[in-house]
Design a protein around this ligand. Structure first.
Ligand SMILES: C[S@@+](CC[C@H](N)C(=O)[O-])C[C@H]1O[C@@H](n2cnc3c(N)ncnc32)[C@H](O)[C@@H]1O
Length: 207
């Protein structure tokens, strides 16, 4: 079982949303890649934070591609159901349970409401394949995953994220993850006190 929980690194995610929402204005079908999304707690948290900040129409056009290396189908099933035991929802900020979850008929379980569930699509993907799942992403979020990889692999994964991002797209990781210095031609820091980066334009990138 992957260790994670709803609203983990809430401050990091709030900062991401602060910068992402204005950047999404004018994009018709913005896509987000949450890499290492485990059983959905993180992509659903991100979707809830976006729903809090975006108009209904704009929010309904967002798609979060949640990926994880898990291939037994278990993560896919849990994410598609959006159903979690009450204990897992103990740390939700006030009001979020009532607004974004509903009893699902199974004792002690709550389900993420359809408005949020419909924005998150899971697929199995191994980051160490170094093959991006697509291109044109407005945001790639990869938290508490890269630290498990050797430095060389970490660099290749970050290069893959760069390819996956749209021009000016954002990359976010956990507070303690430093970007290797050799990748500074690819990403510029967005905030001084957090690990949020913007893809540099191609002509300014080293090959
Ligand atoms: C500690 S969890 C992090 C979950 C969430 N991102 C968070 O910050 O709470 C690490 C996740 O990375 C996934 N992971 C590990 N190696 C991976 C790989 N090679 N490709 C894709 N996901 C991987 C694990 O399966 C696990 O779900």
């Amino acid at each position: 079982m992957a260790f994670t929980f709803f609203f983990r690194d809430q401050q990091v995610l709030e900062r991401v949303v602060d910068h992402l929402v204005p950047a999404l204005a004018g994009r018709r079908h913005p896509r987000i890649w949450d890499a290492g999304a485990a059983m959905g707690q993180e992509p659903y948290t991100l979707a809830i934070l976006l729903a809090e900040r975006m108009g209904r129409f704009a929010f309904n056009n967002v798609r979060i591609d949640a990926t994880d290396v898990e291939s037994t189908g278990q993560f896919a099933r849990i994410i598609a159901s959006g159903s979690y035991p009450r204990e897992e929802l103990a740390r939700l900020p006030e009001g979020i349970l009532e607004k974004y979850f509903e009893p699902n008929g199974e004792a002690g379980h709550f389900r993420v409401i359809e408005k949020i569930r419909s924005r998150v699509v899971f697929q199995s993907h191994d980051l160490l394949s170094f093959r991006e799942i697509g291109q044109g992403y407005a945001l790639v979020l990869c938290k508490n995953v890269l630290l498990h990889f050797p430095p060389r692999d970490r660099i290749e994964v970050l290069r893959m994220f760069h390819r996956a991002l749209a021009s000016g797209g954002l990359f976010a990781t956990e507070h303690t993850q430093e970007l290797p210095a050799e990748l500074s031609p690819l990403f510029e820091r967005v905030i001084p006190d957090g690990q949020l980066f913007r893809k540099r334009e191609a002509e300014r990138c080293a090959s």
